[in-house]
Design a protein around this ligand. Structure first.
Ligand SMILES: [Zn+2]
Length: 292
């Protein structure tokens, strides 16, 4: 298949899968760099998720790739406004298209890095059971070629960037990119503030593990700023609030299951936009997949 046709097909497929998030946003805002420090920026706008850019001594590390050529071109243009150093690394926080599909529009010289489960997830069949687009050989140079399991440090000269894996949650391959000097953590889709948390059960995601993973992150990192794919940057209190909210939903589903209610009856006890998450929680409880 020609790359162009592949792009269009996957693009449509992606919107079909995630239409609930993006359907109302046909024309994205232009890509914009929001400074967190002299060296660290949050990348807002464009089509796809928010990411980050870190200017090291000898090159740039990006967090996530957005999902179309226009957004990547705009990212590169904006980057030129703040540095003439080359992009050396691009870290994908997980395997969702809005964070990784844009990899293919960066130069092949960039080293793509992700968690090993993220790389594996790229080859899972799509929701409609068609084989993954990532089997296309033209995309091979853009598949993360460096993976890790628990922790990896990347040095850009004297500057250190820490990649952490805290466990299963939104998928099985979500990581945190931590910038210790700034005390800033880029956490991908591990929190959502404007809609209920996404848990991709079909990628092995699990809401009970998610709570443990976020708690583990807060215990391990002294981060004060948390940047994520689809919400504004927040502090520790907001992460704690998200953990509490998830626990409350889980308790409510558990008690309704205990009363013998069906999935449909349980969904009716929640807001409409919580139904997908409630279904995941319900299945986790039914399958005794609620963590240890
Ligand atoms: Zn996302």
């Amino acid at each position: 298949m020609k790359k162009h046709a592949l792009m269009i097909k996957s693009f449509i497929g992606f919107f079909w899968l995630t239409g609930t998030i993006f359907a109302q946003q046909p024309e994205p805002q232009p890509v914009e760099f929001r400074p967190i420090s002299e060296n660290l920026y949050e990348i807002l706008g464009g089509r796809g998720a928010q990411g980050g850019a870190y200017i090291g001594d000898d090159g740039v590390l990006l967090v996530d790739a957005k999902m179309d050529k226009t957004s990547v071109d705009q990212t590169i243009e904006q980057l030129k406004e703040v540095t003439d150093k080359p992009v050396r690394y691009l870290v994908n926080t997980h395997s969702d298209g809005d964070h990784i599909w844009g990899n293919q529009f960066f130069p092949e010289s960039v080293t793509f890095i992700a968690h090993e489960n993220c790389r594996n997830d790229l080859f899972l069949p799509k929701n409609n059971n068609e084989p993954s687009d990532w089997y296309n050989s033209e995309l091979a140079p853009y598949i993360p070629s460096v993976t890790f399991r628990e922790k990896m440090d990347i040095f850009l000269g004297s500057k250190k960037v820490e990649l952490w894996y805290f466990g299963v949650g939104h998928t099985t391959g979500d990581i945190v990119v931590y910038f210790p000097e700034e005390k800033a953590a880029f956490i991908g889709d591990q929190i959502f503030l404007t809609r209920p948390q996404l848990i991709h059960s079909y990628k092995g995601g699990n809401s009970f593990e998610h709570v443990k993973t976020l708690s583990n992150m807060l215990e391990t990192l002294d981060a004060e700023i948390f940047c994520s794919g689809h919400s504004q940057a927040v502090g520790r209190e907001e992460i704690i609030a998200q953990i509490d909210l998830m626990r409350k939903r889980q308790e409510k589903v558990k008690s309704l299951v205990g009363e013998g209610k069906s999935l449909d009856e349980i969904k009716a006890e929640f807001e409409e936009n919580e139904e997908r998450l409630v279904e995941s929680i319900f299945n986790e409880i039914k399958n005794n997949n609620t963590g240890s």
